[in-house]
Design a protein around this ligand. Structure first.
Ligand code: KG4
Length: 340
């Protein structure tokens, strides 16, 4: 009998649902929330309310596009955390009600594990190339920057992680300081393509091991900009592309220096990148350069699977279903948790 999983993702500001049948993605629907743009960042209460409005139509649409009736579902997989509590509660509560009404099991998914396993999303009729175990994954998003050793679908070990801000958060904050829109990541990426990455130098952290730190870069960017604006009030306008390119290069260098060290020390040559910042072209190019120079086998997700999506939750749910790794209905959402 076929295994059909409905995946639900609502950890931040995207309401998403996806359907996977026997490991093959049939549909993936994402409703993004434009309401936050005016505030320059995600407003948790507004996100939660928008999820409540979106969740039923998004699930309905995912089932419709998949051509699957709800009675055919084998299980509901949902993001339990980490994320914004008010946002998570909408997806978790929906999943509980849905699974209870249909009498099918529930599967809790760690959002970070979902990002890593996005590399195993298979689309219909598509030959996909997947990393072999063990592999190293650089997980970079608005809330996380981690180097993970992935031993199996359900066995991940964090080798290093940020001790303060995440890479995406730092980029978004610097972009805000420059008066650009939200989220800053895609805007900085676009501007950086036309700028000189060597134009400006910003401070890089010196911390041991595989851990990251991005708060110093944020401060260095802010203080440098303040000084330059004293000399030229239109400094940002005059140097927008060079500022973006130099900021991007600094972030990419910080990320890749530690990743290179982890790959060298572990001797693992399959190297993947995941999370929202993996959409960044500078980072993708650096991955390609490392593949050429150091013989890495690299795995870069499709753009659609870099940011938050339910396809990655459904595929993780599928693997957990095969292990009969179900959860009980009384599980709470959790806002803070890492990969064990
Ligand atoms: O994974 P994600 O959608 O959400 C979290 O779970 O955090 O990541 C969002 C982050 C934001 O900081 C956003 O600015 C960043 O990913 N981002 C990018 C790009 N696209 C999204 N950063 C750099 N370049 C991009 N092209």
């Amino acid at each position: 009998m076929s295994v059909i999983i409905l995946g639900i993702e609502s950890s931040c500001d995207d309401t998403s649902a996806a359907v996977i049948k026997d490991g093959v993605l049939l549909s993936s629907v994402i409703a993004s929330q434009a309401v936050h743009e005016a505030y320059g960042g995600v407003v948790p209460e507004l996100a939660s309310r928008a999820h409540q409005q979106n969740i039923v139509p998004v699930v309905h649409e995912a089932l419709k596009r998949a051509g699957v009736a709800k009675e055919e579902l084998s299980a509901v997989a949902f993001t339990r955390g980490p994320g914004l509590m008010g946002s998570l509660l909408v997806g978790v509560s929906f999943a509980k009600g849905f699974s209870r009404a249909l009498g099918i099991p529930m599967i809790e998914v760690n959002h970070l594990q979902g990002h890593v396993l996005a590399h195993f999303i298979k689309e219909e009729g598509e030959e996909s190339r997947q990393p072999g175990f063990p592999f190293i994954c650089l997980l970079v998003s608005g809330g996380n920057s981690q180097i993970i050793r992935v031993n199996a679908y359900n066995d991940m070990e964090v080798l290093g992680q940020t001790i303060d801000d995440a890479a995406g958060e730092a980029i978004d904050k610097c972009s805000k300081v420059m008066g650009l829109g939200y989220p800053g990541g895609p805007i900085i990426d676009k501007l950086a393509r036309q700028g000189n990455p060597e134009a400006f130098a910003f401070s890089k952290p010196h911390i041991p091991g595989y851990d990251y730190s991005f708060s110093g870069l944020k401060t260095s960017f802010l203080y440098s900009l303040r000084e330059w604006i004293k000399e030229d009030p239109d400094f940002v306008e005059h140097h927008k592309t060079d500022l973006a390119a130099s900021l991007e290069k600094t972030v990419v260098d910080i990320l890749m220096d530690k990743l290179r060290k982890a790959v060298k020390d572990t001797g693992i040559k399959d190297v993947a990148v995941a999370g929202g910042v993996s959409a960044n072209n500078g980072l993708r190019n650096s991955f390609r350069e490392h593949a050429r120079k150091y013989g890495w086998n690299i795995f870069i997700p499709k753009f659609g699977y870099t940011t938050d999506n339910a396809a990655m939750i459904a595929v993780t749910g599928y693997f957990k279903y095969l292990d009969k790794d179900f959860c009980s209905i009384d599980l709470p959402a959790y806002s803070r948790v890492t990969i064990k």
